[in-house]
Design a protein around this ligand. Sequence first.
Ligand code: TYD
Ligand code: MG
Length: 468
Amino acid sequence: MSKRSLSFICQNCGAAASRWQGKCEACGEWNTLAQEGDERPAGPGRKASKGRLFALEPLTGEAHDAPRLPSGVAELDRVTGGGFVRGSVLLMAGDPGIGKSTLLIQATAALARSGHRAVYISGEEAVAQVRLRAERLGLRDAAVELAAETSVEDIIATLSEGKVPRLIVIDSIQTMWTELVESAPGTVTQVRGSAQALIRFAKKSGAAIILVGHVTKDGQIAGPRVVEHMVDAVLSFEGEGSHQFRILRAVKNRFGPTDEIGVFEMTGAGLREVANPSELFLSERDLGTPGTAVFAGMEGTRPLLVEIQALVAPTSLGTPRRAVVGWDPSRLSMVLAVLEAHCGVKLGGHDVYLNVAGGMRIQEPAADLAAAAALVSSLANSPLPADAVYFGEVSLSGAIRPVAQAAARLKEAAKLGFTRAVVPEAAKSETGEGGLKASTVANLTHLVADIAALGKTRTAGKTHGQDG
Ligand code: TYD
Ligand code: MG
């Protein structure tokens, strides 16, 4: 009997320990260590071979096919940077039920329809279930090759036969297992071993492989964080359960940009591409309510207008509540601190809630000005003009700093019927296009004064809660 060495592997980060511990020393997570068999090194009975000779090749040489293959789903191609790269492996991560399988069956069907060999391997659903879904999506006629398998060796053996597939979807990597590793499917070691084998197969055959990976509640790719380092690209599929919008984002991409997003809408007939997301995100606006501001943002090369909603209400708690959905909480704290310190807006006795409409998540500092405008508007109970957009970065001194791509933001706003823009001074020269009237603010104090003045003229004499 071969002696098996056992070690304890953290199911979160993949670190190994020689004995059980309550806390993983590498990532600090509790109760994540589990005993697993080692990935068999050259053990007894598996003598290291002498080594096969291989040919070294020059950089110049024949490149056979176009290295990139557009999927036929434009929003997906935008995120990957123009399509699937031959021999590359992509990890598609997302919450269970977000629509990963739906998107990928649609992508494989689109590829198959344009005459490429596309294979969909499901480790989670039976073939009949996948068929049923394809039927509902109207994809029955597409020549996708389907199987419900979980053994990596069987999958590789089968797919090595015949024409090399252009795309192979493995749904999901957590259900795969390889004989090379002696631990249960779903463990970090198995996931890593299976991913390694599939990556090797992709490089050797030239097929593009997409691995589906589930994400845990706290947003980590469950178990196989290790897989992130091994693959060429990681795409994250996000969305709020209660919204029909889904956003595909590149987290890592060896062959393309990481700042582009793809926007989809989940409908009864699968995922629909949204070519103009601003229209979608602004479609349910409540015009004339205090506490909402439209932010003219950028996602990669595409301008995106979203509504930022704020609610500032007197608190009954000792420590007022600050809650943010869709934006960075530390940026909210910063904007609140600047409002307090430089603009005389006292928020210590108020709860503050900030929400980005439509389930969108904003990462740009350019949203500072829109967030500040929404906050002040809510506090002053004074609605902002419905035809205005906002962008600009707030510095700690309260100055409004310029942001990149002002012209593209303004053009998009004009296209959607906005007539005013509140912008940093540097963006003034870029306005004028599409009849947009720009008012510049040099300092957050000016913005607060403008909004307060707006409230005064509107309510003609009534005083409102701008305390301080
Ligand atoms: P699915 O692709 O199975 O998610 P994942 O693979 O990420 O776990 O999507 C499941 C959800 O999508 C499910 O809640 C139902 C919804 N859905 C639709 O709304 N319309 C559709 O046409 C399909 C196929 C799914
Ligand atoms: Mg699925």
